[in-house]
Design a protein around this ligand. Sequence first.
Ligand SMILES: C[S@@+](CC[C@H](N)C(=O)[O-])C[C@H]1O[C@@H](n2cnc3c(N)ncnc32)[C@H](O)[C@@H]1O
Length: 453
Amino acid sequence: MTSPVFVVVSGPPGSGKSTLAPLLAAGLGLPLLAKDAIKEAVMGTFPVSDAEGSRRAGRAAMEVLFALAGASPPGAVLEANFHRTLALPSIRGLPGRTVEVFCRCSRETARGRYRARSGTRHPGHFDAERSDEEIWHPEATDPVAGDWPVVEVDTNGPAEVEQVLARLRAVMPGRHADTTDHPDSAAWHSGPMGTNHFEGRIAQNYDADSPEMFDPAVVGPTVDLLADLAGGGPALELGIGTGRIALPLSERGVEVHGIDLSPDMVARLRAKPGAEAIGVTVGDFASTRVDGSFALAYLVFNTIENLTTQEEQVECFCNVARHLEDGGCFVVEVEVPQIRRLPPGDTVRAFTVTPTRLGFDEFDVAEQRGVSHHYRVAGGRAETFSIPYRYVWPAELDLMARLAGLRLRERWGGWGREPFTSDSLKHVSVWEKPAPQTTLRSSSRDRPRGHES
Ligand SMILES: C[S@@+](CC[C@H](N)C(=O)[O-])C[C@H]1O[C@@H](n2cnc3c(N)ncnc32)[C@H](O)[C@@H]1O
């Protein structure tokens, strides 16, 4: 599976973006979308007579830039003097993974370059009428820096393009340059962001291995609450697995669609009665898009932790936000990290010890990661498998939600709406996508000045 890559080249006017961006686009095999080129084309058809008209053309060019980028299957290199507040929601809305290259240089360098080229560019820019404050706008003198990696480049002098390309590749996990094998194709290929740990025997034994999770006393309240939150609308399950929750929720009359990385888990689901009512897309739930919008998205049984980087977990929230209708909500059921049970100096804690099953969590506290090691004895043979995960704190999830434009509505200690307390071992959290009148994003009429050149 490949997912689009968007390389956002940002920095104030005169910072060297328009020199660097085409070189990056060529090196990465991605199309280049440059705001000024679009703006000049717009002004060719709709000439502007003053700086204010030029700013309007600039706004139109930004809209076109994001529309073209969103429609480009491999992604794109986007070059513009992005103003942070306005650019954040648009960049977040791009359907793929983002990395930012910020061109940093001194104010004097940027001003010198800008003034030197004044008069050589399209007259519609009205370069000579722009004040130093407009050129060196505080919204553009630092990276946009959403939830994506940022590569800062010193552009006071010529940039080392190969070095920038190498740094870019290094901060994009799951991607690699492949120019030697496929010199004519796009140089960046995205591998699946998540690795499929639920295949073969793990998928085959999944239901039998967790009988307590299939207990009606567990499934019933889960489905009750989810059906309630769906309010008659459609629901999207991330990591639908063998349909433990999706099937009874569907039987309750809720239209359910699922995403899962594991064809083997989906095959188990497909073999069950009632599965024909459920649509499933095989893909990574941090990036996979499915048709339609949903009143409810949900991610249960600690599955958010199967995304092993903070970046992927944030992307998952952003992906959910893209799928939710206004007022819709996202429910996550996940453990409270049990680090308090880990004595200083220890890295391993048992979570299951029975005559036929052993389970240990191995922690890397500095990296906020763990690996669950499972040992099972069956038919006189021992089987083992290990699954890496990234444990995540409630407050950290709230920040991820905010980054995605969602806000916390409820946090319970369980599916029965138990209070969440200091002793809770897990939480069921609900974030909602604000309806338009309370949206966190600014409308075009609200836009502050300065994103207009
Ligand atoms: C612990 S199981 C939970 C399955 C089901 N939701 C349940 O409650 O029984 C986790 C599921 O998430 C899927 N999964 C893990 N990481 C994924 C990812 N990045 N994208 C899509 N599916 C993923 C696995 O294949 C597996 O089916």
